[in-house]
Design a protein around this ligand. Structure first.
Ligand code: HEM
Length: 174
């Protein structure tokens, strides 16, 4: 092999590596940004739900919270997809996360939030249906109280996730 051919081959290999590395970094950056945008959406919607669900809430507020809750579900689903994509990307690069129990503790906390959100979602749908049919409808105070408690419980678990995420992203827990 001539020196020129060897140099051309080496150039191609380095270029291929750099281009792949750059696109990998762009995917990583895009997923990291999406990860945070979706987290902000979740926190914002949960805050709005907490503000709307209060004693004496009316049918219009019940309708609003039901619409918001669909956004909450969509943001949570997308966050799960984006989070797992980051997980796969990170595993490819550093092989760190799959066996990290802190990652799975974070997923368990996320699953707990999903479980705590089931009853509120069921109530929001029922309230919205009744608010559309019955003018002057107001949710029963006992229901409002239990849904409010579940919203605050979700917020408490959500607040613990950044701690787990920070620990996990630094490779502790291995
Ligand atoms: C509300 C829920 C969530 C919060 C508050 C949260 C927060 C964070 C934070 C603060 C980081 C560290 C900073 C960073 O690397 O960008 C992070 C990283 C990460 N998160 Fe999440 N996250 C959430 C949900 C999820 C879910 C559901 C998954 C997986 C299905 C996930 C997977 C990851 C992965 C794999 C990383 C590490 C990326 C890396 O270091 O390369 N996250 N998260």
């Amino acid at each position: 092999m001539s020196l020129a051919t060897a140099a051309t081959q080496a150039h191609r290999q380095v270029r291929g590596f750099l281009v792949a590395g750059e696109s990998d970094m762009m995917v990583d950056l895009t997923l990291a940004v999406l990860h945070f945008v979706l987290i902000f959406a979740l926190v914002g919607i949960l805050g709005a739900e907490a503000a709307l669900v209060h004693e004496g809430m009316d049918g219009m507020q019940a309708n609003r919270v039901a619409v918001l809750d669909r956004g909450y579900g969509a943001a949570a689903g997308l966050l799960l997809v984006v989070g797992f994509m980051r997980h796969v990307l990170r595993r490819e690069r550093r092989g760190l996360l799959p066996q990290n129990p802190v990652f799975w503790a974070k997923i368990a906390a996320f699953a707990l939030i999903a479980a705590l959100s089931i009853l509120p979602t069921v109530k929001f749908i029922a309230w919205q249906r009744r608010a559309r049919k019955e003018p002057g409808f107001r949710p029963v105070p006992a229901d409002v109280l239990s849904v409010r408690r579940l919203i605050l419980a979700q917020a408490a678990v959500l607040a613990a996730i950044p701690l787990l995420a920070g620990v996990m992203a630094r490779g502790y827990g291995l």
